[in-house]
Ligand binder design. Sequence first.
Ligand SMILES: NC(=O)c1ccc[n+]([C@@H]2O[C@H](COP(=O)([O-])OP(=O)(O)OC[C@H]3O[C@@H](n4cnc5c(N)ncnc54)[C@H](O)[C@@H]3O)[C@@H](O)[C@H]2O)c1
Length: 257
Amino acid sequence: MSVVVGRLSGKTTVITGAASGIGRATALLFAKEGAKVVAVDIANAELTSGEIERSGGQSFSARADVTKASEVRDVMESAVQRYGKLDVLFCCAGRVSFGNVVDLTEEEWDSVLDTNLKSMFLCAKYAVPHMIKQGGGSIINMSSVSGLVAGVDEAAYDASKAGIILLTKATALDFGPKGVRVNCICPSSTDTPFLRKYADLTPDPKKFLDETAKMNAALRRLIQPEEVAHLALYLASDESGAVTGTAMVIDAGYTAI
Ligand SMILES: NC(=O)c1ccc[n+]([C@@H]2O[C@H](COP(=O)([O-])OP(=O)(O)OC[C@H]3O[C@@H](n4cnc5c(N)ncnc54)[C@H](O)[C@@H]3O)[C@@H](O)[C@H]2O)c1
């Protein structure tokens, strides 16, 4: 892969959750479009950055837990040290959890809220000052249709994803005047290791996946990680220069009914 001009040429991007699923697909797409990619994950991010480098792209990996302030701060600083600036931040790391408020333990609640929501606060906290210094940037947060409509036994996950939507809008208002755009993405069921892992816990994984696909009510199929990556690409690129404070749904019709 040798890119001369792509939709992200010259941009430095940081992607969390880059080892797997949507984060990985986005890292590969951003690199193909000419971005320098800092692949961040709690494990295995080097597999993604290695794949990008072998294809002729520019990337390095950072092992970091996005719930830890000092690790997140170090990631943003290392991106700027290595590539001179930070243009795009895609906060994609997340985890699922099931249970109602009676069944959930306090530890589980804290873990889901920290991984999915506090991490977005920390990433923005340490990325925005770098973006302001260089005149602006684009932040993309990973929410979910679960931030818009509730599901049974998803209390912590739904609360975390709904929180991301208003954190996104608040941050867009706060830093729009400084040129920082902030948007979030709300996918429904997407065919990633995250979904497959959950399917494997059910008595009939194939049936689970078929039924889950039908909940994407218009197209009646699972979304592919690359399709979500293309929405992130639009939000990362200058093509979306007037788009900020939005929650963009990509759900094959899940919320249409
Ligand atoms: N797959 C879906 O159906 C779906 C639908 C809507 C939203 N999402 C959201 O998309 C995002 C990515 O999901 P995916 O399906 O690609 O999942 P995935 O499990 O394939 O990838 C998630 C990645 O996040 C990383 N991660 C988890 N906790 C971390 C931490 N504390 N620090 C750093 N990295 C951490 C994991 O190691 C993993 O590589 C999540 O935020 C998820 O909630 C997924």
